[in-house]
Design a protein around this ligand. Sequence first.
Ligand SMILES: [Zn+2]
Length: 330
Amino acid sequence: MNADTKNLVSELRNAGFTMEAIDAAWPSWWTDDAESSPSARTELRFALARKLGLSPKPLLGERVEFVWNDEARFKHLTAQDKLQQSVLSSFGVSIGRILVRSLEKSSHSSITAGALRQAILSSSDYVDLKSLISFCWSIGIPIIHLRVFPLAAKNMHAMVVSTEGQYAILLGKDDKYPAPLAFTLAHEIGHILLGHLANTPALVDMADPGEGDADDNQEVQANEFALELLTGSPKPNIQTEIEFFSARALAESVINAGPHYKIEPGTLALCAGYVTKRWPAAIGALRHIYGQPTPLWESINNFAAQQIEWDRISIESAEYLSNIMNVANG
Ligand SMILES: [Zn+2]
């Protein structure tokens, strides 16, 4: 690597990007020989700018500028500084654009949580992670689980991108069991269907949406939407007969009660944990319900890889997207 390329990498690192994000975006055609060609060096910069969501002009002069600076809306923002927000939104919006362009355009009419629940229940036992993912893809909202993060702190829960009248959902948090991730996904679907992306290219949920932020009306609305979608009520009235239940007892009771209420047992366990504030038992119950924890991102991204119409996007974009998803493309 010559001094010029080294400078470029360190500019991107200084801007806040992780080495893994830079590697994922680095074009595969780049070779040491290419360094001697001014046009190849220019093309390298354009390629990186497109993929990471940067303005190419300053990058040619080695100064990083973000395309979607200050426009995204961040939820539960604590210690994140402005630069980190820019890195996340630029990275996410550029991936969202690639995803949206890989599908035929679809129109999104507004639908209530209750109506959506009925539609999903007409072909599934529960509104759960799997049926929510299938639903999103069926109406042209792509969902992937990020395997490469632009920032060293991998603390983004999920992000919704709005571009060209279309939406994409990027999941960040590695949940071990389906129910917590189903809640996050239902919350993000709420943001889309409630029109929360009307004036912003991206909405980023940094922390667990389930922890709630009573001061943020959109967060309250998206959580109520998620609960109604998953359980049939925006404020589920969950009652437990015993006050101090064990994880195993809770698992047994939700496995029995779930089919009756058409609420996926893991989701019901989380609701019971929330109502009683007995989180360790609720989390412990998930293990009894689902068995060994499994890497959920694999099935999410393998399903996504089947849904993406790879030949609609450029080879360069396809290569980048499959790096980000850690799947083979095409
Ligand atoms: Zn949110």
